[in-house]
Write a protein that binds this ligand. Sequence first.
Ligand SMILES: NC(=O)c1ccc[n+]([C@@H]2O[C@H](COP(=O)([O-])OP(=O)(O)OC[C@H]3O[C@@H](n4cnc5c(N)ncnc54)[C@H](OP(=O)(O)O)[C@@H]3O)[C@@H](O)[C@H]2O)c1
Length: 221
Amino acid sequence: MKIVLITGIDKGIGKALAEKFLEQGYFVIGTVFEDTDLSNDNLITYNLDLASGESISNCVEGINKSGKKIDILINNAGVLLDKEETSVVIDKLRKTLEINLIGTIDFTEQILSLINKEGHIINISSAASSLGRPYADSRCPANYPSYRISKTALNMYTKTLAFRLNGEIIISSINPGWVKTDMGGQEAELTSKESAKNIFDFAISKPETGQFWSDGKKYIW
Ligand SMILES: NC(=O)c1ccc[n+]([C@@H]2O[C@H](COP(=O)([O-])OP(=O)(O)OC[C@H]3O[C@@H](n4cnc5c(N)ncnc54)[C@H](OP(=O)(O)O)[C@@H]3O)[C@@H](O)[C@H]2O)c1
């Protein structure tokens, strides 16, 4: 049975991903910040606060003790703390980087030895991270600078890790689209189920490592 590790499965895209992988016969290791109402014989959960180094180490230790090796890691958990701001608010920048970037990298580096060769690591990024597309348009207002900075930097981690691992494990950044979740809001285009299906299809494909993807196509960094 193939094994997927997904961070942040208590709601939103992460929850829909956990449900999709379970439905497709995967064993799911999920992390939750507090609790989850998901339960399944093929699911185990561990607590994880990406803002805490201690929590990250404890979570990795728990997964390690389970003896399970991972085929796919999806770094899904993240925060959008400056949805209404157009200027950087330093406290929010620190917290955002701590969770979306540093905690995510720390977790990935610590879990790396448990990921099978030919596995796939997916960093959930965002269209708002892109340096190459217009900064703002009708679908993406000129807001959330700290969030953007965190995801742009996460994309560079994708590149860095892909270069280091040289194809041994595939590393991807992916834009999940604009999704109806607490983060995306109810006016968004996709349901979390639709986004999870797209991410699932992409996760089980064997894409070129070190790239940024959206709708199954390469996206502009
Ligand atoms: N929704 C969109 O339109 C959209 C667009 C582009 C990219 N994304 C990205 O997609 C991913 C999922 O977003 P979503 O829309 O599903 O957001 P969401 O509904 O707000 O869910 C975020 C998840 O991250 C977890 N989380 C928050 N802080 C955490 C921490 N300190 N440590 C560990 N887990 C933490 C949350 O746990 P709690 O519930 O316990 O806080 C929750 O499970 C994120 O990386 C986001 O940036 C979303």
